[in-house]
Design a protein around this ligand. Structure first.
Ligand code: HEC
Ligand code: HEC
Length: 337
């Protein structure tokens, strides 16, 4: 599908230079105690120069074939790195296949894309770059295009001890993405120190979310509200996008999608893999319905009743997962580049 095997050849050389620069590699971030420490792969340690290089590349339209689109065209900080659209416009006015997802706390994810088709962030970059509906370009040509750029060359030397090449591009963007961390929502404050941050409504919403009758937390579990498994939730009787089936080609996987995080959900409308719900109220109404009949639908998806007040409480809890400090920090980071 993508030149994944080809890019794989560069991984070894990247491993070696990562070892050389190891003494320079330090990345400290103080996460609250309910987070595991940040998982950083041994072959791509983080350092300031690398993360800055990745950030600059992420925001650079030179990454697309006609220099019109950057990663940030579809992953915008103020939308928690989604983009507010049902589908996004890529090269030559083509639409993306799916709704643009949020990007943060990705270091904790075991694989990427809504069908789980990409195993690492380093490899993920190849997908949008080369896809004709996204940036329509190529890591090799991109590395030639950026060869004359002094800032990139200097940062690459500091980050990797060598000139910018396809692997340095992929590895630095991945390091930047691992540095996108959201951990300062009201919910985090509630877990860390201060139970009084939640008002009655949020507390009720929290209890409903974790109740056996709603069962939200059987899938939206853990610190990032995802068990990273794949489910058919009965969004459709017949799916146009077969989801996980695209990877496994098993009939039982048709219509299964990776459980999305619910952090910053307030910023990432429209919802679902195809952006088919405009508001969180619509999502709650759908979840109450138990979804449409579908032979692959998960057993844990059932209909339930909530009165108006309880619906409002569930919504308030979902909004307590918003992290405006993260969004503001990322807007500022871009301005300082
Ligand atoms: C034209 C819009 C567009 C552009 C440009 C774009 N993306 Fe995306 N991105 C998407 C869409 C749509 C998806 C969801 C694809 C899927 O799940 O099949 C996605 C998925 C992702 C994911 C997976 C997230 C997850 O949780 O699984 C990452 C990471 C990502 N993009 C990073 C990038 C980077 C880095 C760039 C620049 C090199 C980029 N994107 C450029 C639209 C875009
Ligand atoms: C069986 C697992 C499962 C259960 C239980 C479940 N969800 Fe989901 N949820 C999913 C999956 C999978 C998706 C993505 C479906 C898609 O994109 O087609 C999703 C999507 C969502 C979305 C939209 C996220 C986005 O970024 O588009 C919200 C909000 C949500 N769920 C909230 C809830 C709430 C609230 C509950 C409890 C009432 C709940 N979910 C129960 C699996 C589950």
């Amino acid at each position: 599908m993508y030149s994944i095997i080809f890019i794989g050849l560069f991984f070894q050389s990247c491993n070696d230079s990562a070892r050389e620069t190891e003494r320079l590699n330090e990345w400290n971030v103080e996460l609250p105690s309910h987070f595991d420490s940040l998982p950083i792969p041994l072959n791509n340690p983080m350092n300031k120069a690398k993360v800055e290089l990745g950030a600059r590349l992420f925001y650079d339209p030179l990454l697309s074939i006609d220099s019109s689109l950057s990663c940030a065209s579809c992953h915008i900080a103020s939308f928690a790195f989604s983009d507010g659209k049902i589908k996004s416009r890529g090269q030559s006015d083509s639409l993306t296949f799916r709704n643009s997802p949020v990007l943060f706390n990705l270091a904790y994810a075991p694989y990427f894309m809504m069908d789980g088709g990409v195993p690492t962030l380093e490899l993920q970059i190849v997908a949008p770059l080369m896809h004709e509906n996204e940036m329509g370009f190529d890591l090799f040509k991109l590395s030639d295009r950026l060869a004359e750029n002094e800032i990139y060359q200097e940062l690459s030397l500091r980050a990797f001890d060598r000139e910018l090449d396809p692997a340095a591009i992929a590895y630095s963007i991945a390091a930047f993405e691992r540095s996108l961390l959201s951990y300062q929502s009201k919910y985090d404050a509630y877990l860390s120190e201060d139970k009084s941050v939640f008002d009655e409504e949020e507390k009720r919403g929290f209890d409903l979310f974790y109740s056996d009758s709603l069962n939200c937390s059987s899938c939206h579990s853990g610190i990032n509200f995802s068990n990273y498994k794949f489910y058919n939730i009965g969004l459709y009787q017949s799916y146009t996008d077969p989801g996980r089936w695209r990877i496994t080609e098993k009939a039982a996987d048709i219509g299964k999608f990776k459980v999305p995080t619910l952090r910053n959900i307030e910023y990432s409308a429209p919802y679902m893999h195809d952006g088919s719900f405009a508001t969180l109220e619509e999502v709650i109404t759908f979840k109450m319905s138990g979804g449409k009949t579908n032979e692959n639908k998960s057993d844990t998806i059932n209909s339930f009743q909530l009165n108006e007040n309880d619906q409002k409480s569930l919504l308030s809890f979902l909004k307590s997962l918003s992290d405006p400090i993260f969004v503001e920090r990322e807007i500022q980071r871009r301005e300082k580049l």
